[in-house]
Design a protein around this ligand. Structure first.
Ligand SMILES: O=P(O)(O)O[C@@H]1C[C@H](O)[C@@H](CO)O1
Length: 327
């Protein structure tokens, strides 16, 4: 893995370039997982840039990751959406895979929404289900492959940041409430995501190990982005689309997973995910982005989550119209 620590100027250059090329001043950033780039379609008044245009941005090399940064409005919030993320297995250093997160911080973003495709290790999570991240296990990080390795930049955050509570409890609660209102609780629950390095899918023995460790879903991304976001004081909301079951049973089973199948489940669940993410963002309390100083993210008490306003008619129509809850 190349060793390329970034200095503050490189993040600032990218942020300055973007601020000079769009009038949008985003409060919320969204990272789209494999096959989930359609989340950007919900943005209105879009300004879009190819990653190759933006100073310092790496290139997307994975199918299902378009490589575009899209700015726009979503239900009263200004958002910036990564249609395509960077993975460690593409050969990028972890500083590069997480480069956009610090750029978002410098743009004045307050909250990061991370999404991914993941394989399930728990029988109760089926392909097509949605898992709200309540925690993660950062396997590469446990072995020292951590984007925060190297000199610490105190302007972003402390040398030893806490990761307990890195998935905001208030937003998790809001998402589950919205799930209830949308009638999708049968396909939605909270769980623990584990990041492995990839790019191969898990061997049966690895799958058994992850299962024994209590991992609910496994993927090849997200944790480094969340570590960097938490380090610099961004509030985080994360969700996994379960795209396949990870085989933990028998060596005789001849089922296997492939990336095309992962992308196909994303297409099937596109509308549900768009609606869920839109409703969560619509309900977010974000700063008004008049400065890039850190927002005080005191957790919303759970009682504040209960009186959710019902989804608007538009949402209800979308949910009734879709037939994808059967996968
Ligand atoms: O970017 P995400 O984490 O959604 O992508 C997952 C993990 C691999 O990159 C790919 C495997 O199909 O999907």
């Amino acid at each position: 893995q190349e060793n390329s620590f970034k200095d503050h100027d490189e993040y600032q250059q990218a942020a300055d370039w973007l601020l000079a090329h769009t009038k949008h001043r985003p409060q919320v950033a969204i990272i789209c997982g494999s096959g989930l780039g359609m989340l950007a379609e919900a943005l209105e008044n879009q300004d879009a840039f190819n990653y190759s245009q933006i100073p310092g941005f790496p290139h997307s090399t994975v199918q299902g990751h378009a490589g575009r940064l899209v700015f726009g409005q979503l239900r009263g919030k200004t958002c910036v959406c990564m249609q395509g993320r960077f993975h460690m297995y593409e050969g990028h250093s972890l500083c590069k895979t997480t480069f956009p997160v610090r750029v978002f911080k410098l743009l004045g973003v307050d909250t990061l929404v991370v999404t991914n495709a993941a394989g399930s290790l728990d029988d109760s999570l089926k392909p097509g289900d949605i898992m709200i991240l309540k925690d993660h296990i950062n396997f590469p990080g446990l072995c020292g492959l951590n984007p925060l390795c190297g000199p610490n930049d105190d302007r972003f955050g402390p040398r030893f940041p806490a990761m307990s509570g890195c998935y905001d409890a208030g937003l998790r609660c809001v998402a589950m409430e919205i799930g209830k209102q949308l009638g999708i609780t049968a396909v939605m629950r909270e769980g623990v995501y584990a990041m492995v390095g990839g790019p191969n899918f898990e061997s049966i023995a690895e799958a058994r190990l992850l299962h024994k460790l209590g991992v609910d879903a496994v993927g090849m991304s997200t944790a480094p982005e969340v570590v960097v976001a938490t380090h610099c004081g961004l509030r985080v909301f994360g969700l996994s689309l379960i795209t396949n079951k990870v085989l933990i049973c028998s060596y005789e089973d001849d089922q296997s997973v492939d990336h095309e199948g992962v992308l196909a489940v994303g297409r099937l669940r596109a509308q549900t995910l768009k609606t869920l993410v839109t409703e969560v963002i619509a309900r977010m309390d974000v700063n008004n982005n008049t400065s890039s100083s850190a927002h005080d993210h005191t957790e919303a008490p759970l009682s504040e989550c209960d009186p959710c306003s019902p989804p608007d008619n538009h949402t209800e129509v979308l949910i009734r119209a879709q037939s994808d809850t059967s996968i």
